[in-house]
Design a protein around this ligand. Structure first.
Ligand SMILES: [Fe+2]
Ligand SMILES: [Fe+2]
Length: 403
């Protein structure tokens, strides 16, 4: 299916869903104005699902996202996002086999006429979830990794080997990374607190490695709070873990250089997003959103960052999540030698840049999610860096680790 045809089919889905919801808000569900939309919506979904295993609409505040990408705002997307948002629905996922009866049930649930369970019990081709629901996890059987110490020496070694093969430009084996991400997801679902797994600041040559693991964990936390599940949740975790892989193409001296960079060095550093994306594009088993995130994670929400892109560039939602995790981990670990920043200070700083550097809705959601998990845990995560406080200032680059 070409992009154009897909866009056309999607537009048919959104139009009939929006019409059905508008009519359903005014009339009884049996009214012809409502029932007339049901086969239209079912037909357009069936066509869209001929080429995809599943179709996911994600609702983030007033925005509607399709397969992780924000959609152009229209009266239909706005209406769907508003009505779903008011019912705390974070996502709608459809899979092949969907029929009219399931669509009718969906409308009743979204309109508040039936409970969510009715859909969960009677519509196997529709998943619907609020911000905390993550049904059908791929990771249900995985061992929970609730702290960095839960990683075996072998897993740690394999994880490091992953970055090492990237450095040697050898083919990547994404298997271990995928199972570690699955372990973090299981820990989250068991309400263990994987923020404890945030890796303490270690030696500088491990910067990129530890930072990458942290961004992966934080992406999973965000994804779960937004209702991501299954493959999509895994993909955002992987995207976090490989977002900075382009740094392997930047000389180590530049990465470790204390103080400000010269213009020439800065230009080399600024190439890491595009070099990383190019590299990942040629690797098997790397999700598309990971390529986007590697490319877009320094663009900033207002597109004022790098690489430079046209004004109408639409950032992938996973990249926007990665930017937030990246910024958080950078603030958490920077200047640890003086006074570690507490949660209030970090969130204050992030809120200052929400709307310019970071997507404001996603930032608020992120901070709320962390606050819910317990500020003290986040602070504890910071205090894990205690050893760093004794190290002389000259040992730190003074630069944000994400740059
Ligand atoms: Fe980066
Ligand atoms: Fe980074």
């Amino acid at each position: 299916m070409t992009d154009d045809i897909e866009r056309h089919q999607l537009s048919a889905v959104l139009t009939s869903l929006s019409h059905a919801l508008a009519a359903g808000a005014l009339y009884a569900p049996e009214h012809p104005r409502v029932t007339a939309q049901i086969p239209r919506l079912a037909d357009s979904l069936v066509t869209l699902l001929q080429q995809r295993d599943e179709v996911t609409l994600l609702i983030v505040k007033e925005e509607l996202l399709y397969q992780g990408k924000p959609l152009e705002k229209s009266q239909h997307t706005t209406r769907i996002a508003r009505i779903c948002g008011a019912k705390n629905i974070g996502f709608l996922r459809f899979s092949a086999g969907i029929d009219n009866a399931e669509i009718a049930l969906l409308l009743r649930v979204v309109l508040g006429l039936d409970a969510l369970e009715a859909l969960q019990n009677n519509a196997q081709h529709i998943e619907i979830g609020d911000v905390d629901v993550a049904p059908g996890e791929v990771a249900t059987e995985s061992r929970a990794i609730g702290s960095f110490e839960d990683l075996s020496a072998e897993e740690l070694q394999n994880l490091k080997a992953f970055y090492q093969s990237a450095r040697e430009k050898a083919p990547l084996d994404t298997q271990d990374m995928a199972s570690i991400i699955a372990g973090f997801i299981t820990a989250f679902r068991r309400e263990a607190n994987p923020l404890l797994a945030l890796v303490p600041l270690r030696m500088e040559d491990e910067y990129t490695f530890t930072h990458s693991v942290n961004v992966g964990i934080l992406n999973v936390a965000q994804g779960m709070s937004l209702g991501f599940s299954g493959q999509m949740l895994h993909d955002v975790g992987i995207a976090g873990m490989v977002h900075d892989v382009g740094k392997i193409f930047v000389d180590n001296e530049i990465i470790r250089k204390p103080g400000a960079l010269s213009d020439a060095d800065w230009e080399k550093m600024k190439a890491h997003p595009s070099r990383g994306a190019q590299y990942l594009m040629n690797q098997e088993g790397i999700p598309k959103v990971a390529v986007f995130s590697a490319f877009e994670h320094h663009m900033r929400y207002d597109l004022g960052g790098y690489p430079e892109v046209p004004k109408n560039w639409r950032l992938n939602v996973c990249s926007q999540m990665t930017m937030i995790s990246d910024t958080f981990d950078a603030l958490r670990t920077r200047r640890a030698y003086k006074e570690p920043w507490d949660f209030a200070k970090i969130s204050g700083r992030m809120l200052e840049v929400a709307g310019t550097q970071l997507n404001p809705h996603l930032t608020l959601n992120f901070l709320k999610t962390l606050a819910k998990m317990g500020e003290d845990v986040v602070v504890e995560g910071i205090s894990l860096m205690a050893g760093a406080e004794d190290r002389p200032e000259s040992e730190f680059t003074g630069r944000c680790v994400c740059e």
